[in-house]
Design a protein around this ligand. Structure first.
Ligand code: ADP
Length: 245
């Protein structure tokens, strides 16, 4: 009788353990960090991924540009750095991003980060915020430097909703108009060849070391981004599926 009770107790403990483990695995919200040089296709891929995974897409570049459009104090400070192709100071970007996440209650569902983190300090701060409560993966879009310049200088963006287009590879249905919201398309001031060079320098110096940072934590997945954007997207989805299963 004593053995039966013991066996029963053991079975209860095992079943409880498995259920809790499964729950904890399933219920962890997913945070995807989309990485890559300027022009690697982060924005385009994030828009699609956001629809397919039903996760909010947060672009720090878009948030900063929104502040510039609305002429906020933050926007005025950020504009100076952005127009020169330099990074906006960490504290400003971190506060802006975390306030945005809090105000939308995205912490509960997870999100896709586009353009953040861009420095080791930002990455460490993000890790502190996420702790162990999230499933986190970093996806790096690998692309050759000569493809970047062509992509960047042909890039157009919607003034209203931030959707990216390209004069040759992703033109809007109607010239100068966003397919999604009808907003006016424009070329970003920092998408000229000259400013792009300094953005690339900043990327190589401050952001590229993050690849090693995530690699060491076994959270980095590299995706070839020199190919058609549909193929890139399929490979991203396959990678995410593999990691979260
Ligand atoms: P891209 O990925 O094409 O370079 P983004 O829209 O992500 O463009 O960013 C545009 C600019 O906004 C950057 O060059 C930088 O000045 C600023 N910015 C965006 N995100 C950050 C960040 N996490 N830290 C510092 N500056 C940022």
């Amino acid at each position: 009788m004593k053995n039966i009770i013991l066996l029963f107790a053991l079975a209860v403990v095992v079943i409880f353990g498995i259920t809790t483990y499964r729950k904890s695995k399933q219920e962890k919200p997913l945070v995807i960090i989309m990485m890559g040089a300027p022009g690697a296709g982060k924005g385009t891929q994030c828009v699609e991924l956001s629809k397919s995974l039903n996760l909010p897409h947060i672009s720090t570049g878009d948030l900063l540009r929104e502040n510039i459009r609305n002429k906020t104090e933050l926007g005025n400070i950020a504009k100076e750095s952005i127009d020169k192709g330099l990074l906006v100071p960490d504290k400003i970007v971190i506060d802006m991003l975390f306030n945005h996440i809090n105000s939308k209650a995205y912490d509960k569902i997870g999100y896709i980060l586009d353009g953040f983190p861009r420095t080791i300090n930002q990455a460490v701060t993000l890790d502190q915020r996420l702790g162990k409560k999230y499933k986190k993966i970093a996806i790096n879009l690998n692309i050759s430097e000569d493809q970047l310049i062509e992509r960047i200088t042909g890039r157009l963006m919607c003034k209203e909703c931030g959707t990216p287009y390209h004069k040759v590879s992703l033109p809007p249905k109607e010239e100068g108009k966003c397919d999604k919201c009808g907003g006016e398309l424009y070329q970003r001031k920092d998408d000229t060849e000259e400013v792009f060079k300094s953005r690339l320098e900043v990327y190589n110096k401050d952001t590229k070391p993050l690849l090693e940072f995530y690699e060491n934590k076994k959270e980095l997945y590299n995706i070839d981004s020199n190919v058609d954007k549909k193929v890139v997207f399929e490979n991203i989805v396959k990678t995410v599926d593999k990691v979260i299963k």
